[in-house]
Every structure is written in structure tokens, then in C-alpha cells.
Write a protein that binds this ligand. Structure first.
Ligand SMILES: Cc1cc2nc3c(=O)[nH]c(=O)nc-3n(C[C@H](O)[C@H](O)[C@H](O)COP(=O)(O)O)c2cc1C
Length: 314
């Protein structure tokens, strides 16, 4: 028994503990707590009215708490931030909903006057919408099978330049990726400058056998500060989903890509952070190499498992 326990604490295990401790160390900056509060409260208030059986008078304390956090953001001059604008939109939708239910929310309305709800310069969508089934089923019209089966990791791209606008379009599509409480913790670092991309290329461990064949690199990160205690490492799940959406979005616009591994404790991490300006609180999900498809290219067959080899019915 002792031996079994002793063997369990291998070098590998100790390394994993070190990684975990390193990951925990970054949690959390004061200002980011306010942003996180706003995002969590927004999600809770939206979800409260976006379900079939809405609890009568739900969310009053949360709405007051949201107002408090929005005032704190305003004080920090963050009233142009996503979190602030999203908070205002959700608060307005909440007030409208509770008024439609003849609910007494006079204290919330009184407190919200401090925010000047109608003076925000950018109007976001908040609350819920009712969608008919035909609209939900529109996904069936898109040829997803062709989409996923025609995507292959690209290890030799054309050197054709990619328009900034096209890449921004891909990111705007990838931003539809689901994330925990809609916190959207991912960021994409990129450059359209050849030399900057060459600098990033040199830092990537998994591209040495095809160096010089991928013109662009972007780095996907996830903000650890957006995850409360009890959600340590969830940034990797959110980041993984985002990376998937981004590679498929790029492919939908005629841009090929290859996801690259970023090992833990990797010696090039400091340099990468410095070149791209990545904050310490952001965890690096992956570097994605991308470029236009060449006239013809090799791709590896990468045979996929059968569903029976993946599904465990119970
Ligand atoms: C997290 C992750 C890390 C990867 N790292 C590398 C890498 O370092 N170098 C590389 O050439 N490909 C890398 N790939 C690409 C995989 O090899 C590829 O996705 C897999 O073999 C399936 O092939 P396909 O993408 O062409 O369908 C990576 C993919 C993922 C998802």
C-alpha cells in the first residue's frame, strides 16, 4: 500500500502540482473583480427571465448589486467597456420585464437613475427574445458536414496577404462561441506585419519541420481573472471551445490554419508575452498559424475514430 502511494507521487505529479499552483497564483485583480461581478450578475438576471418558468419577483437583490458594480465601473472611467454597456442593457431589460409583470421595483428604479440609463452611447441587446422553431432550425440549412470534413490543418499556406477586415470578420464569428456565463474570456493577439509574424513563428515549438510556410500567427488567450474560486482551469475549457470556433470561422472564409501546442513552463513564454503584449493574468490557450489556401497542398489523413469507439452508452 505504502509503495503504491509513494509511486503515485512521481515527478510528473509534482510537476502537475507546480502548474496548478502557478495557475492559481494569478487570481485576481481588484478592478477585474468588478468586471467579473457585472458579467455574472448580467448572466444571472438574463437567465432569470429567459427560462420557461420565471420566478415571480426574481433578481431584485442582484439588480441592486449590478447597479452598485456599474457605478464602480463608471468611477473607474470604464463606462465604454463591454461589461458596462452589457450591464446597462441587461438592467434596462430587467426593469422593463418586471414592470410588465407589475412587480414593485421602485428601489431599483430609484437607484438606477444614478446611471442615466438612456444616456449610453452604444446600445447593446439585453434580456430575452422568443424564437420560433423554424428559425432555430435554420442551422440545418448550413452544410456543416462539408465544413468540418474540408477543414484540415494547414502546414503550407499561400503567401497571399490576408485583409485585416477578413480576419476581423473571422474573429467576429468566433465570438459567437459559447462561454461560461457568457463571460467571453478569450482574446486574440495578431499582427499583419511580416516581421512580427516571423518573430512569433520562431517561438512556436511545433512548426519547425515546416518553417517559413505559414505567413500569419495569432495567439489565443483566456483571462484567468474572469473565473471565480472553484473554477480554476475552466479557462482552458472556454479557450478550447473558442479556438475551435476560430479555426472553423477562418475556414468558412477561405483561410486555412493549424493549431499549435503551447507547452507548460515553456521557455519562450516570456518573449511571446513581451512581443504581443500579453498580460500575466491571461493564460495562453494556443498559437494558431494561418494563411490563404495554396493551389494544392498535402494534408495528413488523420483518421478519426468511429462513433462506437467514442460513445459509451449507459
Ligand atoms: C491542441 C492542439 C495542438 C496541436 N499542436 C500541433 C503542433 O504543435 N504542430 C502541428 O503541426 N500540428 C498541431 N496540431 C494539429 C493536429 O496535429 C491536427 O489537428 C490533428 O492531427 C488532426 O488533423 P487535422 O487537423 O488535419 O484534421 C495541434 C492540434 C491541436 C488541437
Amino acid at each position: 500500500m505504502m509503495n503504491r502511494i509513494k509511486n503515485h507521487f512521481t515527478k510528473e505529479h509534482i510537476k502537475k502540482k507546480q502548474i496548478l499552483n502557478k495557475e492559481k497564483k494569478y487570481i485576481r485583480h481588484e478592478n477585474e473583480t468588478i468586471r467579473l461581478n457585472v458579467l455574472m450578475l448580467c448572466h444571472s438576471l438574463e437567465k432569470g427571465c429567459g427560462i420557461s418558468n420565471v420566478k415571480k419577483g426574481y433578481g431584485k437583490e442582484k439588480a441592486l448589486n449590478l447597479i452598485k458594480n456599474l457605478l464602480a465601473l463608471k468611477k473607474l472611467n470604464a463606462d465604454n467597456s463591454f461589461e458596462y454597456l452589457e450591464g446597462i442593457a441587461v438592467l434596462k431589460a430587467y426593469i422593463q420585464y418586471q414592470n410588465s409583470q407589475n412587480e414593485d421595483i421602485s428601489e431599483i428604479e430609484k437607484q438606477s437613475q444614478k446611471l442615466n440609463l438612456d444616456s449610453v452611447n452604444k446600445v447593446y441587446q439585453g434580456g430575452y427574445r422568443i424564437i420560433p422553431r423554424e428559425e432555430m432550425e435554420r442551422g440545418k440549412n448550413c452544410d456543416f458536414e462539408t465544413m468540418v470534413k474540408s477543414r484540415h490543418s494547414l502546414r503550407s499556406a499561400s503567401d497571399e496577404p490576408i485583409d485585416r477586415e477578413l480576419f476581423f470578420k473571422a474573429v467576429s464569428l468566433a465570438n459567437f462561441a459559447p462561454s461560461a456565463c457568457n463571460r467571453q474570456p478569450c482574446k486574440v493577439y495578431c499582427s499583419f506585419d511580416k516581421e512580427q509574424n516571423q518573430r512569433i513563428e520562431k517561438l512556436v515549438p511545433g512548426n519547425k519541420s515546416f518553417a517559413g510556410e505559414i505567413p500569419y500567427y495569432c495567439i489565443v488567450t483566456a483571462e484567468r481573472d474572469f473565473f471565480p474560486a472553484g473554477e480554476t482551469l475552466q479557462w482552458y475549457l472556454n479557450g478550447g471551445i473558442y479556438v475551435s470556433y476560430l479555426t472553423l470561422s477562418l475556414h468558412s472564409l477561405g483561410i486555412g490554419s493549424c493549431i499549435f501546442q503551447w507547452p507548460d513552463f515553456y521557455e519562450n513564454e516570456e518573449t511571446l508575452r513581451e512581443i504581443a503584449g500579453i498580460k500575466k493574468s491571461e493564460a495562453i490557450m494556443s498559437i494558431i498559424g494561418f494563411g490563404k489556401y495554396p493551389e494544392s497542398t498535402k494534408y495528413i489523413c488523420a483518421q478519426r475514430r468511429e462513433p462506437e469507439q467514442v460513445i459509451n452508452e449507459f
